[in-house]
Design a protein around this ligand. Sequence first.
Ligand code: A3D
Length: 320
Amino acid sequence: MARPKIALIGAGQIGGTLAHLAAMKELGDVVLFDISEGTPEGKALDIAESGPSEGFDAKLKGTQDYADIAGADVCIVTAGVPRKPGMSRDDLLGINLKVMKSVGEGIRDNAPNAFVICITNPLDAMVWALREFSGLPHNKVCGMAGVLDSARFRHFLSEEFKVSMRDVTAFVLGGHGDTMVPLARYSTVAGIPLPDLVKMGWTTQERLDAIVQRTRDGGAEIVGLLKTGSAFYAPATSAIEMAEAYLKDQRRLLPCAAYVDGAFGLKGMYVGVPTIIGAGGIEKVVDIKLDKDEQVMFDKSVDAVKGLVEACKGIDSSLA
Ligand code: A3D
């Protein structure tokens, strides 16, 4: 049986890391696509040359030609620009929307059966636009954000409680932005919900609130430190987790930016929700009950995403 084919659209910081991880995990053969001549070719060759030491079997190819992604099983999209210190994700909207148009058409014409994971920011609006431009089924196009935001939350919680992050589960919903919704009630240490851990004296509500805020600001914290770009190791790892769930039909329950039509009282929009990812792509949106405060935060986040989608329609009339 031929190995799966993984197309990475954008061979920058995240794209290169994705290629390295996909090869090391032997998820399939990798095609790195980028408009910047030499970058995808150089990264593909460099990673291929790590194969003999690492001992993986995967072919890597760099290209500027969409024909090379033909028949890809998975496409992960990072094409566009990342933010610089002082910029919000939303500042990237205009420039990255144009990029989504060319990428969406490239996928539509060459890899229409792929499972597509968008990472380009502002995430929820870009995944919506990418779906519109590509015309692929909604269940085959999603965005990576919730896995990363939840991983950040889990990391901070494991440090606070001094327990292995393997025992910390956490859920972050809503749009990938300042309005994201970390759900303390659905986050646990080995099944013990965070509010119970506060009652047990493991932490205080104030410290928990500070961790929630640090999670919301997690991306900006790294942008501030790096100064020349945004996070790339953890974003790449998060998207690989989603790609693996699809390729291996794992039916993982992962939060991601998925098309929601009916669940959560929403009508036809992309936003971060719990989903099941398996061979069918986004097989299910898991419609959990939110309490009053969570609902208020979620609604605010949904409104922020709707605002960005309207802005996209204002920029590109073919989307209206
Ligand atoms: P960067 O290292 O700049 O890579 C982007 C690549 O896209 C560059 O190599 C460009 O040449 C390439 N590119 C630009 N236009 C096109 C095009 N039309 N077609 C193909 N390639 C093109 O950025 P990065 O890898 O650090 O980040 C990529 C994106 O991910 C940015 O929009 C970030 O804001 C976003 N990001 C999202 C998250 C989420 O959690 C959602 C986290 C971190 C970064």
